[in-house]
Design a binder for this molecule. Structure first.
Ligand code: FES
Ligand SMILES: [Fe+2]
Length: 334
């Protein structure tokens, strides 16, 4: 059997690889950035830094969503500060240029000359799908529902619309986004890294179901006793979820440079869900364990003591598919 090699260690830290990934992975993909429920009223906004592209999503008066790079065309000032908030008008925080809700320049405060026509904010594709807000920086990427392919079928039985956003945790983890993705894409480490999870579930029966589309997969793990059947899922490049009783945990890991990510967990539950604190605590424990091992692996990848390894054909075929996509994206011309 031909064994598959991992990506070279240097790809997990080299700035030029990261720059190519920004252009060919994060610029072209649809990325989950938040929830409809965070943008209830016209003027409500949320911000995100998408692999070094600061952007914001804002609710318009007609109820639709708009999204723009958070970069003023004058001298690159911000339109909104970081975080969630409300902004009745779109006015640059630096020198006060004002823009229409659709991003066209309305007035250039005390500029001292006529401003040429056509100056506007750079728009970003945005759409809400089942209450989850996604953005895409590349205008040529197909609409989200088309881009998702068969993935929505995997969530058809999950009553997302009946769930409410309950809490969010954010972890800054000192690893490359691919180090964390690699870890998510296999159940090989579950018995060794997650002792309490493996007490409740049969980790030896962890299966990653990979269909024809290498951009997504579904993971299942049966319980040992009275606990629930675990279902996880992943979509390229950094969206993941976990179906839990009465709820849903959404996870995304966004690069903060070549060596760091923010791992953002959002927990959604039905109003009548039970044991939500226990589910939350168990999930956070697993997240801490994944963060710990990922950060250590990152240090080792950067140590000079490792170049490539061999992937288990039994446990790690999803990594082989992921690495193939990364190789393709990094070698593509942007
Ligand atoms: S940078 Fe926006 S008004 Fe100057
Ligand atoms: Fe894990």
């Amino acid at each position: 059997m031909d064994l598959v090699e991992t990506l070279p260690a240097s790809w997990y830290s080299q700035p030029d690889v990261y720059e190519r990934e920004r252009a060919t992975v994060f610029r072209s993909a649809w990325i989950h950035v938040g929830f409809d429920s965070e943008l209830e009223s016209p003027g409500d906004y949320l911000t995100e830094d998408l692999a070094g592209f600061p952007l914001f999503v804002r609710r318009l008066a007609d109820g639709s969503l708009s999204a723009f790079h958070n970069v003023c065309p004058h001298r690159a000032g911000p339109l909104v500060w970081e975080g969630c908030g409300h902004s009745a008008n779109l006015t640059c925080r630096y020198h006060g240029w004002a823009f229409t809700a659709t991003g066209d320049l309305l007035s250039a405060r005390d500029f001292g000359a006529e401003v040429p026509q056509g100056i506007a904010l750079t728009s970003v594709q945005v759409v809400s799908w089942r209450g989850l807000v996604f953005v895409c920086l590349d205008p040529s990427t197909p609409p989200l529902v088309e881009w998702l392919g068969g993935f929505p079928d995997a969530l058809v039985d999950v009553p997302l619309e009946g769930y409410r956003f309950v809490r969010r945790t954010v972890r800054r983890v000192a690893c490359n986004w691919k180090t964390y993705a690699d870890n998510f894409l296999e159940g090989y480490h579950v018995p060794t890294v997650h002792p309490s999870m493996s007490r409740d579930a049969d980790a030896m029966q962890y299966v990653v179901h990979q269909g024809d589309d290498p951009r997504w997969n579904i993971h299942t793990m049966p319980p040992r006793g009275e606990t629930y059947f675990s279902v996880f899922g992943w979509f390229w490049p950094c969206f993941a979820f976990n179906v839990v009783p009465g709820g849903f945990a959404v996870e995304r890991w966004l690069p903060r440079g070549p060596h760091e990510i923010d791992v953002i967990f959002d927990y959604l539950f039905a109003d009548d869900a039970v044991d939500t604190d226990a589910i939350f605590t168990a999930s956070e424990e697993v997240a801490d364990e994944d963060a710990r091992v990922s950060a250590f692996v990152q240090r080792n990848l950067e140590s000079g003591a490792y170049d490539t390894g061999l992937l288990s054909p039994k446990w790690e075929p999803a990594l082989a598919a992921f690495h193939k996509m990364v190789r393709y994206a990094v070698s593509a011309t942007s």
